[in-house]
Design a protein around this ligand. Structure first.
Ligand code: CO
Length: 134
C-alpha cells in the first residue's frame, strides 16, 4: 500500500531561522514561504534529490503544531508523509485494521494540492503519519 516517502515535516519556532539552517548551513534549495491558513501553518519546502523536508511554523491562534512546540521549544520532527495510490482505499483498509484516522476521516487538500489524511501516532509507532494521494 505504501509508496514513496513524500516528505518529513519538522516543526520550527522560527521559520526564517530554519530556512537559514537548511539554505546556508546545509546548502539546500528552500522554497518561498507558503501561508496555509486552513492548516494553521506557514510552510517552506526543502528540496532534496529523493524527497522533501517541510519546515512548519505555527500560524494563528489555534495552530495544530503549537502544542508540539510547547513541548519541544527548539522544534523537532512532527510527521512523516507517505504516498498512496488511492487514499480512500488506504483509509478504509486502515480503519478495518483498527487504526484511527484523525479529524472527520475525510481527506483534506494538503500543502501540495493533493488529498491528505493524518493517522493517530499511537497506532503508528509513536509517529504522526500523513498519507498523500500521489
Ligand atoms: Co505534511
Amino acid at each position: 500500500m505504501l509508496g514513496r516517502l513524500n516528505h518529513v515535516a519538522i516543526a520550527v519556532p522560527d521559520l526564517e531561522a530554519g530556512c537559514q539552517v537548511y539554505r546556508t548551513m546545509l546548502g539546500a534549495t528552500v522554497s518561498e514561504p507558503q501561508v496555509e491558513p486552513d492548516h494553521g501553518v506557514t510552510v517552506v519546502f526543502v528540496e532534496l534529490p529523493n524527497t522533501k523536508i517541510e519546515l512548519l511554523e505555527p500560524l494563528g491562534e489555534n495552530s495544530p503544531i503549537q502544542a508540539f512546540l510547547d513541548k519541544s521549544p527548539s522544534g523537532g520532527i512532527h510527521h512523516v508523509c507517505y504516498e498512496v495510490e488511492d487514499i480512500i482505499a488506504a483509509r478504509d483498509h486502515l480503519k478495518a485494521e483498527g487504526a484511527r484516522v484523525l479529524g472527520d476521516g475525510e481527506p483534506k487538500t494538503g500543502a501540495h494540492g493533493k488529498p491528505v489524511l493524518f493517522l493517530h501516532p499511537k497506532d503508528f509507532c509513536g509517529t504522526l503519519v500523513e498519507l498523500e494521494q500521489a
